[in-house]
Design a protein around this ligand. Structure first.
Ligand SMILES: *Cc1c(COP(=O)(O)O)cnc(C)c1O
Length: 350
């Protein structure tokens, strides 16, 4: 029995997935009278009268080049949110199983689990926003099916220590989901993608929403061993990634020079913003960042958030999160946007 067969919800082992018209005939030539589509194409958006490729082959091939893994190790979801939901539905029995989360972290793990009536086993991070490895490995139970790690972590912005991630992958016996939504902003070599073939229970989650600038297209990526990818493919809605998203993403993924330039600009601005924030009165801590945002502890954070809103500068108040007392999360914008934010904070005269 493989690791995945041991962990997957048993009723899914025998599932026969929906076989779409495009599964049964995947050629591009012919008179297509098999999918009950409208035969009249749209002049402005050619191709939208037809169903999209359910396997996103062209997009996966391009992502395979970029990520340096074979296409059969890639799954594409309708945003990472779909990837998270599918993983929970694949491995967690509602009313019985649970996931482990390490707050403060991304809110969707908990929301998605709760929607699926899956329990939350919450083990807060240690100060410094690193996982408490010993406690996690001591406390985890058989019913904890997935451990969600987020690196760089949202909202704290830091990478998790690589050796801690490795200890958790080795020590936790369920599925480890490593959310690398912000990995393109972290130092080269920080990603665990190259480790996927050594760890059948590891799933790396990435996205085109952040560094690649396509949040509106809703494209999330899972990278894992082919058996895991086949499982996700089996349980996803057949046409989960729409035609326009596939087309536009394919085009934008070829604009690597623009990607690099934007990323460099955001990283330069991040360093400048962090330096300037530290000089503003009332800003008590600027936490280290490996992402395109910074977390800062600011006196009277709730009030600051409201006052900045009144200036139409929208920040994210994270002060309710554990370890995040008086913390505000600030996304790095353009130079002008960042200047407006810095000026706004300075003018509050904290
Ligand atoms: C923004 C973000 C995502 C991206 O979600 P999409 O659904 O792909 O847009 C995933 N994980 C974390 C931690 C994020 O902050």
């Amino acid at each position: 029995m493989t690791e995945i067969e041991r962990l997957v919800r048993p009723h899914l082992l025998g599932l026969k997935p929906y076989s779409s018209a495009r599964d049964e005939y995947s050629g591009t030539e012919g008179v297509f009278l098999d999918a009950n589509e409208n035969p009249f194409d749209d002049a402005n958006h050619p191709g939208i009268n037809r169903y999209p490729d359910p396997h996103q082959a062209a997009l996966k091939n391009r992502l395979a080049e970029i990520k340096g893994v074979p296409a059969d190790q890639i799954f594409i979801g309708n945003g990472s949110d779909e990837v998270i939901d599918l993983l929970i539905r694949a491995f967690c029995e509602p009313g019985k199983d649970s996931i482990i989360i390490l707050p403060p972290t991304y809110g969707m793990y908990e929301v998605s689990a709760t929607i699926n009536n899956v329990g939350i086993h919450s083990i807060p991070m240690l100060p410094g926003f690193q996982p408490d490895v010993e406690r996690i490995l001591n406390e985890c139970r058989e019913s904890d099916k997935i451990l969600f790690l987020c690196s760089p972590n949202n909202p704290s912005a830091n990478l998790l220590d690589a050796d801690k991630i490795q200890q958790l992958i080795d020590g936790f016996k369920g599925i480890v989901v490593l959310d690398e939504a912000y990995i393109d902003f972290a130092p080269e070599g920080s990603s665990f993608v190259r480790k996927v073939m050594q760890h059948p229970r590891l799933v790396i989650s990435q996205t085109l929403s952040k560094a690649w600038g396509m949040a509106g297209l809703r494209l999330g990526i899972a990278i894992a061993q082919p058996e895991m990818i086949r499982l996700l493919d089996k349980i996803k809605p057949p046409y989960n990634v729409n035609l326009l998203s596939q087309q536009v993403a394919l085009k934008k993924l070829n604009e690597e020079a623009a990607f690099d330039a934007q990323k460099e600009e955001i990283l330069r601005e991040r360093d400048r913003v962090m330096k300037e924030l530290k000089g503003i009165s009332g800003v008590e801590i600027v936490f280290p960042s490996d992402a395109n945002f910074v977390l800062a502890r600011i006196k009277n954070a709730k009030w600051v958030y409201q006052k900045m809103l009144e200036k139409f500068i929208i920040l994210r108040d994270r002060s309710k999160f554990v370890l995040c007392e008086d913390a505000i999360r600030i996304t790095i914008g353009t130079r002008e946007e960042n200047d407006a934010m810095l000026r706004g904070l300075t003018d509050l005269k904290l």
